[in-house]
Design a protein around this ligand. Structure first.
Ligand code: ADP
Length: 487
């Protein structure tokens, strides 16, 4: 039976993306639409949205609308768009007052209002379209008030929402969107203060993510291991008790990847394409990237890559001790792509200055370079402190680029430590979040790299793994169906 799904996300690739959420929102909704479900995805029309090549149409009955959030009233209009190559329609919520900002995410005092407006607009558009969703699927703190709004402000509309069940997915519990209790009225109208988390309110704050954990009919996160980790005090970032209280309503579904966009045999960003049967193109990509970035050294020198937000979560601190020694002893070349916290950017810039021809740092965001690095590198580093799922290790596996990862969250669920004795395994997995752990991981990877037959086995093992959305998409559909059947 086709399901009616209203999907809410702060970002949607390729229109708008700052990290994995944009990729997952697009890939999952496309998969669901291709499987015959009626999916309506609501995202903000951020001023940064890349709309080239997409087919955008204003929805005539969703123009010049108004919506109240707290004491403010916002004007908005909605267009539908179909991204190039995508199968599902997206509803872009155009509210210039809130979404014409220098970045997708800001630290402005009305940050919570921006996404509350998106959430309310999505529910009101469902009403205006007479679209009665079986499932409202919201994601991360931005749209986390949807389950509460469904149970309060919009509960009167039983015709549209009477059978709706809500799913909340935690992509990263490290960002909960906390704002001051002085702004609690912004969640209204129609939400009584008694529905808000009383202890937080008394402490002067409102935590959007906590309200989704309290009110969603099901809570998922993006890998089974992370689903365990967030229920523990260390991984729960203050929400572990709330999650434990929800019992079996919490589960983990490993993300898939978009295997059309990330395919070394078809990747338009790669100068040379390749596949598991012929890796010659990968060697040529490596030579081309080293040439482009002016990295020097023989073709045999291993090239390490990293593409990441530069945040503490990503384990950049571990590189401080390990990389200078590795580059100083001339055992590897290194390319980093990413932006974020200043001290990490300064470290990477410093590395490039200290080791010219051996290390390159490219700041900022580049889809093109991200693909090129995945295609060209021999190894990919993800020494994360925590990693809800992680996508780059899966892209790396598909591109024959051996991931060197720490055993946490989705990295533990998607990379299997290689065993040279049996030839089984797909990468290098180290346990301890410290420099010795990473050093061990890299030394192990370099040892295996020096044995071409072993290395070939390791990288082709990874290329064979299926990370398409077929498996994870089916898990979501099972969950939706289970919830819908209880409605
Ligand atoms: P997170 O969502 O925590 O940032 P993920 O590994 O789940 O981490 O997803 C990161 C996604 O963002 C990947 O698709 C990665 O390639 C991409 N990415 C991160 N930084 C950059 C960058 N500077 N340029 C291009 N892509 C980037």
């Amino acid at each position: 039976m086709p399901l009616r799904i209203c999907y809410l996300s702060a970002e949607y690739s390729p229109f708008s993306k700052s990290g994995g959420l944009g990729d997952v929102a697009a890939a999952l909704t496309n998969h669901l639409a291709a499987s015959g479900h009626d999916v309506r995805t609501f995202v903000p029309l951020h001023s940064q949205s890349q709309l080239d090549g997409s087919d955008i149409r204003a929805v005539d009955f969703l123009q010049n609308l108004t919506l109240q959030c707290g004491t403010r009233t916002f004007a908005y209009s909605v267009s539908t768009a179909r991204a190039f190559g995508s199968r599902s329609w997206i509803y872009l919520v155009d509210c210039p007052e809130l979404f014409e900002r220098p970045r997708i995410y800001t630290d402005a005092p009305d940050e919570h209002v921006r996404f509350l407006m998106l959430t309310r607009a999505a529910l009101e558009c469902c009403q205006r379209m007479a679209f009665a969703p079986d499932i409202v699927h919201c994601n991360d703190w931005h749209t986390a008030f949807a389950p509460l709004l469904l149970k309060t402000a919009y509960a009167w509309d039983s015709q549209v929402f009477g059978r709706t069940r809500s799913v909340f997915t935690i992509h990263n519990i490290g960002y909960q969107g906390v704002f001051s209790a002085a702004a609690a009225a912004d969640i209204g109208p129609g939400v009584p203060a008694s529905a808000l988390h009383a202890i937080d309110l008394a402490a002067g704050r409102v935590n959007p993510m906590r309200h989704a954990v309290m009110y969603a009919d099901a809570i998922t996160t993006v890998s089974p291991t992370y689903a365990q980790e967030i229920r523990s005090p260390i991984g729960g970032h203050g929400l572990d008790a709330d999650l434990r209280a929800r019992g079996t309503a919490v589960s983990g579904i490993l993300n898939g990847i978009d295997i059309d966009t990330w395919d070394p045999a078809r990747d338009a960003y790669l100068p040379h394409r390749y596949d598991i049967h012929d890796l010659a193109g990968k060697a040529l990509d490596k030579a081309a990237l080293m040439d482009l970035l002016r990295l020097q050294g023989p073709p045999s020198i291993p090239l390490l890559g990293i593409i990441t937000r530069l945040a503490r979560q990503k384990g950049i601190d571990l590189l401080f001790d390990v990389l200078p020694a590795l580059l100083g002893s001339n055992r590897a070349r290194f390319v980093a792509l990413g932006s974020g916290e200043q001290n990490y950017e300064a470290f990477l810039r410093g590395l490039q200055q200290r080791f010219p021809g051996r290390a390159v740092y490219h700041g900022g965001y580049s889809e093109e370079l991200a693909h090129f690095i995945e295609g060209a590198a021999d190894m990919f580093l993800m020494p994360s402190l925590y990693e809800p799922c992680g996508l780059n290790q899966m892209y790396s596996l598909r591109y024959g680029t051996v991931p060197v990862v720490r055993r946490t969250g989705g990295l533990a669920d998607s990379v299997q430590h290689f065993d040279p004795a049996t030839g089984a395994g797909t990468g290098v997995v180290f346990n301890d979040f410290n420099a010795d752990g990473l050093r061990w991981g890299l030394t192990t990877a370099l040892e295996w790299y020096a044995q071409p037959a072993l290395w070939h086995r390791l990288r082709t093992n990874g290329m064979r793994v299926d990370f398409s959305w077929t498996r994870s998409g089916a898990d979501y559909v099972r969950l939706y169906e289970h919830l819908a059947s209880s409605a």
